[in-house]
Design a protein around this ligand. Structure first.
Ligand SMILES: Nc1ncnc2c1ncn2[C@@H]1O[C@H](COP(=O)(O)OP(=O)(O)OP(=O)(O)O)[C@@H](O)[C@H]1O
Length: 203
């Protein structure tokens, strides 16, 4: 899969958040989208996700050619503004998610719960999960789906030191053969990325 941004810009009302983003994302590579708070990282990720249209420029998904309305089938996402259904147990959450996506090779619900290290909480409702447990769940759901595009915004928010180490293991196992894009302003979240795109270069 390839994502091509051709002179993309986005504004809200009269304020341009970024302009002239000319960039290619290709399979097998990991990209960090960087910038201070409020610079436009999440806005750019929302455009990549097909959730927000650019105000100018063109966005193309190719190899295979995919219209933006269908790209959701090919991508996985985790971010602070993605909500889980609090009434569901962990097992129900996983089963629900994987009605829409396939598991990455060799995985099933049991294996995913093992990756999370949450065997004891598998029948617990998410409303009783800690913020770190919820964040791990979001990351594991995204990473363990068989999608060619993986987009993570602020992936270690709410994770402690052990959680950050777990995130690094997850990335080394599941970020390999796809386009991985990390929106971040913390080095430990993106230090393994091959490329860095700084939003401040496009103001
Ligand atoms: N729907 C919207 N309407 C108006 N302005 C918006 C909207 N969404 C975002 N913005 C503005 O766009 C700018 C970029 O916001 P964005 O959330 O993309 O930044 P960010 O780099 O992800 O920030 P953070 O690191 O704090 O998460 C901000 O000034 C924000 O107020």
């Amino acid at each position: 899969m390839e994502i091509k941004l051709d002179h993309i810009g986005r504004r809200f009302n009269k304020e341009w958040i970024f302009r002239n983003v000319d960039y290619r994302f290709v399979s097998g590579q990991k990209y960090a989208v960087l910038g201070p708070n409020g610079s436009g990282k999440s806005t750019l990720l929302s455009i990549l996700l097909g959730n927000l249209t650019p105000s100018e420029g063109e966005l193309k998904y190719s190899d295979p050619d995919t219209p933006v309305e269908q790209v959701y089938q090919h991508l996985s996402f985790a971010g602070p503004y993605l909500d889980l259904v609090e009434e569901f147990t962990l097992t129900e959450t996983i089963n629900f998610h994987f009605q829409f996506k396939n598991y990455a090779q060799g995985l099933d619900a049991k294996a995913l719960i093992g990756i999370l290290g949450l065997e004891k909480a598998k029948d617990k409702a998410l409303k009783h999960f800690s913020s770190g447990m919820k964040q791990r769940t979001k990351l594991a759901l995204a990473c363990c789906a068989d999608t060619p595009i993986l987009i993570l915004d602020e992936p270690t928010s709410n994770l402690d030191e052990q959680g950050v180490a777990w995130y690094h293991e997850l990335m080394s196992r599941f970020a390999g053969n796809r386009i991985t894009v990390i929106g971040s302003n913390q080095a430990h979240e993106y230090d393994f990325c091959d490329h860095r795109l700084s939003i401040t270069d496009y103001k």
